[in-house]
Write a protein that binds this ligand. Structure first.
Ligand code: IMP
Length: 427
């Protein structure tokens, strides 16, 4: 029995979905524990290409129990669309469980996300506009509706009428926006709730029982450590905590239930949305990485900002999450380069910095100090064993391990699931 947490180590889009899909053969349960439909997990395997936003990657294998746990904010419309799409493609979604405690993203959250972004002006965060921030804010302010509230028609009517009244006061008096219709939101939500009711259950008990019964469980992180509301580059972060602490809060499993924590990186860094990015390559080199890595958002289609591997941030993520191992995805994207740089520290007006400062204004003024490594300048996509990789590529991965303080377990060299080199089996 093993419980493995797969955690994003950068600013998201590290291809965690591919890693979870690769491990899923040996898993009994795959669990999403935070975030919502702002996530975009792309999987390419024998059955085709799948872009999932809310359903755990385990749904691609009906043998696996897929769990949307209490820490996730659930947009019922997106869950239903994803179930329908998979069923159209011949994958029945029968083994899905949604926590009765999970908060629900409703249409007014998406409107509020948009109004707040417009109003932020220069403080705009570049959110995915999926209503994630407002849904977590309502959860914290005790105005949220959970799955157990929406599947009970009476409760839904009473709670929703209060909340919609509050939202309309906010929309009209603060933003001068049109009110939303309570009747329409109620009707839509009631339809979604009827459809999702068979999937709703007490996932806390389900997961605790699964662990007690010795099942293999993958805790599938969404977003990533640098977008963490506690530990990320605040305020340009998401509204949940994608670091490993949430794997407990968001599921009801105790910390001691987690056997292994795996950090997922790409061979370079990328970021969507605003905020400081010390190693950003806003030049032709960056454009090459963006094109080779197909760095365009799964959820929003936005071009992602890209830059060299930042070992200061990598070490921060490794220590914060206690990574036992790390994964390097998309190593092949760097195949062409003569020299590959790793940031090993920052230069700031006040001197050298070797850690992530809390103040993002300080981070924005940090200049990277680089260590240059020789590139390998040959294709790696056909490599299937560590020994198949060019010596320079092995050295690059090992150097990252030395700098961040944990060993590599998996390297991937292409989008397809088969382009995976396993150095240490994780499950
Ligand atoms: P929100 O999560 O939609 O509120 O967006 C807040 C910030 O997190 C924005 O900069 C988004 O671009 C970023 N973000 C949210 N989810 C993801 C993700 O799955 N991958 C990468 N960036 C994300």
């Amino acid at each position: 029995m093993t419980v493995v947490a797969v955690i994003g180590a950068q600013w998201g889009d590290e291809s965690k979905g591919k890693i979870v899909d690769g491990l899923a053969d040996r898993a009994d349960l795959v669990v999403r524990f935070q975030g919502g439909s702002n996530a975009g997990h792309t999987v390419v395997n024998e059955r085709g290409k799948f872009a999932l936003h809310l359903l755990p990657v385990g749904v691609l294998d009906p043998r696996i129990t897929s769990v949307i746990a209490n820490g996730v904010v659930v947009d019922p419309e997106v869950v239903i669309e994803e179930i329908d799409e998979l069923e159209r493609r011949g994958i029945p979604v029968t083994n899905l469980k949604i926590s009765d405690r999970a908060h629900v993203v409703l249409p007014y959250h998406k409107i509020q996300d948009q109004l707040q972004e417009q109003s932020r002006g220069e403080w705009k965060l570049g959110t995915t506009l999926r209503g994630i921030g407002p849904a977590y804010a309502d959860k914290a302010s005790r105005d949220g509706l959970r799955m157990c509230d929406i599947i009970d028609p009476e409760n839904l009517h009473d709670r929703l009428s209060y909340v919609v009244g509050e939202k309309n006061r906010l929309f009209s008096s603060v933003y001068g926006a049109a009110p939303i219709s309570f009747a329409q939101v109620l009707e839509r939500t009631a339809v979604y709730a009827r459809r999702l009711k068979p999937f709703v259950c007490d996932t806390v008990e389900l997961l605790q029982d699964a662990v007690a019964a010795g099942k293999n469980v993958i805790l599938e992180g969404a977003q990533a450590t640098l977008l963490d509301i506690e530990f990320g580059t605040y305020p340009t972060v998401t509204s949940s905590a994608p670091s490993v602490g949430s794997a407990c809060i968001g599921t009801g499993l105790p910390p001691k239930a987690i056997d292994r924590v795996v950090g997922v990186f790409k061979a370079y860094y990328s970021r969507v949305g605003n905020g400081p990015f010390p190693t950003e390559l806003d030049n032709a080199l960056g454009e090459t990485i963006r094109k080779r890595g197909n760095e365009y958002g799964t959820t929003t289609g936005r071009p992602r900002r890209v830059g060299w591997f930042d070992a200061v941030l990598g070490r921060y993520a490794a220590r914060l999450n206690g990574f036992d191992h790390f994964v390097i995805n998309a190593l092949d994207v760097l195949d062409e380069f003569e020299t590959i740089r790793i940031c090993v520290g920052y230069e700031h007006d006040t001197g050298r910095l070797d850690r992530l400062p809390a103040d993002t204004n300080v981070l924005a003024r940090c200049r990277p100090i680089y260590e240059d490594l020789p590139g390998w300048r040959r294709p790696t996509t056909a490599a299937r064993r560590w020994e198949d990789l060019p010596r320079e590529a092995q050295h690059y991965v090992d150097r990252i391990g030395q700098l961040i303080g944990c060993p590599p377990a998996i390297v991937t060299v292409g989008l397809h699931r088969k382009c995976t080199i396993v150095r240490t089996p994780l499950l």
